[in-house]
Ligand binder design. Structure first.
Ligand code: PLP
Length: 390
């Protein structure tokens, strides 16, 4: 692998040297005091991220517990739903992209699901959600930052509806938490989920959940899936233990990653992600490209990843363009499922510098030129610099 390889996929994201080093420390038992210290550090850092993800780092939760699970966020999503709903319960699942759909498909296996669906990349119509949520709804699921389309969904507006009907509210913050604003109580969130390898800039393989005090009394206890029994995870977490063998190196990497976030400060981290995503958007617009998602009054562009429609010249067959990017030592993502061949996606999650962002833009501009798409890379870089300077 080349020394200067730059990973701009929406997860996994590049790791700091300290995160990588932590994962190669000598092995310890997951029942040792050394491991408990690691889990405690991870929980402290995660409490900070889950509770203070605002520009002024004000506290946004009246209480809750951070958990780390062996297994990525898909497992965390399943743990949340399966602990809060049983097969006769109604789950209202909001779907406007691949990960909203995933949440609905997970819920199908545990409960009775009502989907509120929109085209991928279209904004959520909050009135349609209001029509679907009722006093019979046990759980509402929502994806905050829809990674498949680059759209930031209205978590607060939907949370108000869930709260009005006393439904539990489970939010996938996988590509927002650690990079953008996230407010537990103001947005009525009962369980929030994120992944190690996204905006936390930790390793893939573990997910993090924040279980609010409100959610605790609704957990299924022994009716929950054995491995995902959140009551059990919470009891063990009191003494910084996990019910089963922990992925020790991954917990260590995550502990360092969240300490690095605390060192930067969530306020500055959110502001940096906003500057960098604005730089990407302006650059692609200066190239004459169209941003993929549609917005409404409740939705905005993602601040952690940018999804762009492919221009006509490469629409449907972007392989040559993607190869040119790869040859320049950079990795970005295409569209997922039916959006394959229609869009490309670039992440700014984690610890990127302005130089990384500019290199990403330069690489994409040069790669378009190489496959015969005429874009103005100099104008794109100038547009990006205007944001990065602020
Ligand atoms: N939710 C969102 C918004 C995501 O972006 C992803 C992964 O990209 C997931 C859930 C699922 O994550 P994983 O594949 O790590 O389980």
């Amino acid at each position: 692998m080349r020394e200067d390889f730059l990973l701009l996929n929406p997860g996994p994201v590049p790791l700091s040297d300290d995160v990588r080093a932590a994962m190669s420390d000598p092995m310890v038992s997951h029942r040792s005091s050394e491991f408990e210290a690691v889990y405690e550090r991870a929980q402290d850092g995660l409490d900070y991220v889950f509770e203070r993800s605002t520009l002024d780092e004000a506290e946004t939760s009246a209480g809750g517990t951070s958990l780390v699970l062996n297994g990525t966020a898909t497992m965390g999503m399943e743990a949340a739903v399966a602990n809060l709903a049983d097969e006769d319960d109604e789950v209202v699942a909001i779907v406007n992209g691949k990960f909203g759909r995933r949440f609905a498909r997970i819920a199908d296996r545990h409960a009775d699901v009502t989907r509120v669906e929109f085209d991928w990349g279209s904004p959520v119509d909050v009135d349609a959600v209001a029509d679907a949520v009722s006093d019979d709804t046990a759980v509402v699921t929502m994806v905050h930052n829809e990674t498949s389309t680059g759209l930031l969904n209205p978590v607060e507006a939907v949370g108000e509806l869930a709260a009005e009907h006393d439904a539990r509210y489970v939010v996938d913050g996988v590509t927002s938490i650690g990079g953008d604003e996230f407010r537990m109580d103001d947005w009525y969130v009962d369980i929030a989920i994120t992944d190690g390898q996204k905006a936390l800039a930790g390793p893939p393989g573990v997910s993090a959940l924040y279980v609010s005090k409100r959610a605790e009394s609704h957990l299924a206890g022994e009716d929950a899936p054995f491995y995902e029994d959140l009551d059990w995870h919470l009891r063990k977490a009191d003494s910084h233990q996990t019910p089963f063998t922990s992925a020790v190196p991954l917990f260590r990497g995550l502990a360092v990653a969240v300490e690095e976030i605390r060192h930067e400060g969530m306020g500055e981290r959110i502001a940096r992600h906003r500057r960098q995503s604005a730089a990407f958007r302006s650059a692609f617009e200066a190239m004459g490209l169209d941003l993929f998602p549609d917005l409404n009054e409740h939705s905005t562009y993602s601040n952690t990843l940018t999804a762009v429609s492919l221009p006509d010249e490469v629409y449907g067959s972007p392989e040559g363009f993607m190869n040119e990017i790869g040859e320049r030592g950079v990795s970005i993502s295409g569209g997922q499922a039916h959006l394959g061949g229609q869009i490309f996606r670039v992440s700014n999650m984690g610890n990127l510098t302005s130089e990384h962002v500019l290199r990403g833009i330069r690489t994409i501009g040069e790669s378009f030129d190489a496959v015969g798409v005429d874009v103005d890379t100099t104008a794109a870089l100038d547009a990006a610099r205007d944001h990065l300077r602020q």
